[in-house]
Ligand binder design. Structure first.
Ligand code: SF4
Length: 249
């Protein structure tokens, strides 16, 4: 079930990026260093079915968790069965999710994505992904316009599918760049395959979830967007971005 190779949206198998052995070794050292700090194994924050996780993930883009959580609850209250949303007027969906960033874009996108799921699968649901290899399940999802690597990984990892996929959010991405695990010009999308390839092929869903969570938490709590707190960072000796004054013994 490991996703160490990738598929294009047509389902064709593609070569995965070869991991840089030095970066892979450092990725493991970073994981081992951060896990005790943030308390692995980290409890899953969601227990949503995969279709609901998809909706939640589409709402969350560039939006604070509290706001996207509120919008998800409002959407769920208005459409207790997602099939009702398939024919709902876009302005009604938009008004329901008004608190998120870009509701005018997300409302039609959510409806279009759910319609695409229903059309491609023949039914509105994603539980069938459970039996697929991770790379194939991700390719199936990413063939739908509006679903990228971050959303496909979130659906497989965070939902009740609990599949071994590695999501990369903006905090995770920033910290990985500062740590030199990915290059300075690697965007979030391509970062997914590179960072996954640096981790062991046989890691479980929980291991990969922990890896995502600890890097995300480190970005939120220490390696801030504006001013990283290198003086109190446990990774200072592993980080090429740390000021020399902190790295010297
Ligand atoms: S040493 Fe500084 S830049 Fe590097 S991970 Fe820690 S906080 Fe971020």
């Amino acid at each position: 079930m490991a996703d160490l190779h990738t598929h294009d949206p047509a389902g064709r198998r593609r070569a995965s990026p070869a991991p840089d052995p030095e970066a892979a070794g450092r990725a493991l050292a970073i994981h081992a260093r951060l896990c005790p700090v943030y308390g692995c194994p980290i409890p899953y924050f969601h227990s949503l079915d995969p279709l609901s996780e998809l909706v939640s993930s589409l709402l969350s883009h560039r939006t604070r968790n509290a706001e996207s959580g509120r919008a998800f609850k409002a959407l769920r209250a208005r459409y207790p069965d997602w099939s009702v949303l398939l024919d709902a007027p876009v302005p009604e969906i938009e008004a329901t999710i008004a608190g998120v960033t870009w509701p005018e874009l997300k409302a039609p996108r959510i409806r279009a994505v759910l319609r695409a799921v229903a059309e491609r699968h023949g039914a509105l649901g994603l539980d069938f992904l459970e039996g697929m290899p991770v790379a194939q399940a991700r390719a199936w999802l990413e063939a739908i316009p509006g679903i990228g690597p971050k959303t496909s990984a979130a659906v497989l990892s965070f939902s009740t599918l609990r599949m071994p996929a590695l999501p990369v959010d903006s905090h995770h991405h920033r910290v990985a760049q500062r740590l030199g695990l990915i290059g300075p010009r690697v965007d979030v999308g391509p970062a997914h395959a590179i960072l996954r390839a640096q981790l062991p092929a046989d890691w479980s869903a929980q291991d990969l979830y922990d890896n995502h969570e600890i890097l995300m938490l480190h970005g939120q709590q220490v390696c801030h967007h504006g001013k990283p707190a290198c003086g109190r960072c446990v990774l200072v000796d592993l980080c090429p971005s740390a000021p020399a004054a902190y790295r010297e013994p």
